[in-house]
Ligand binder design. Structure first.
Ligand code: HEC
Length: 131
């Protein structure tokens, strides 16, 4: 196929634009919060403790609980997909078989990235910062 120089230039420019899109941070993979909103997560979970108590743990608490666990994202993705119980004492997390692996991974990653709003206590510096 022979292209006119102008057409080729436009196609080259488009190729650059298309190549850049996936690298934009806001578009890197599915958005966990949006998936949670479309699913039923917020029926049982609040993101922050300040929003009040629901049946399931707040995502702030989940993030805190697994902050030092490098395998937490994979484990939680499994819990979201297959359901789980016994980690928070009472109540069961229902399975979500309709969610894709990419969705459950995005949800788990987003939950683990939830940051508490409360200020860190200034008194004693915490020593165990090693991951
Ligand atoms: C019917 C209520 C309900 C719904 C809907 C629900 N959860 Fe849960 N979830 C729970 C309960 C209860 C627990 C605590 C389970 C336990 O004790 O291990 C939990 C636990 C969790 C945990 C921590 C799991 C662990 O083992 O520590 C995550 C992460 C989570 N849910 C994410 C989600 C996401 C994401 C969705 C939406 C796709 C969702 N939940 C929908 C009730 C629910």
């Amino acid at each position: 196929m022979h292209l006119k120089p102008r057409t080729a230039a436009i196609m080259a420019a488009l190729a650059v634009v298309v190549a850049l899109i996936p690298h934009h941070p806001a578009m890197a993979g599915p958005d966990g919060k949006a998936i949670a909103g479309k699913s039923d997560c917020f029926a049982c979970h609040n993101v922050m403790n300040s929003e009040g108590k629901k049946m399931g743990p707040s995502y702030e608490d989940v993030a805190k609980k697994y902050a030092k666990d490098p395998k937490a994202a994979a484990m939680l993705a499994g819990v979201i997909k297959k359901g789980g119980s016994g980690h928070w004492g009472g109540g069961a997390m229902p399975p979500h078989p309709a969610l894709s692996d990419a969705d459950t991974k995005a949800l788990a990653t987003w939950v683990l990235a939830t940051k508490g709003k409360e200020k860190p206590k200034p008194a004693k510096p915490v020593k165990s910062a090693t991951p």
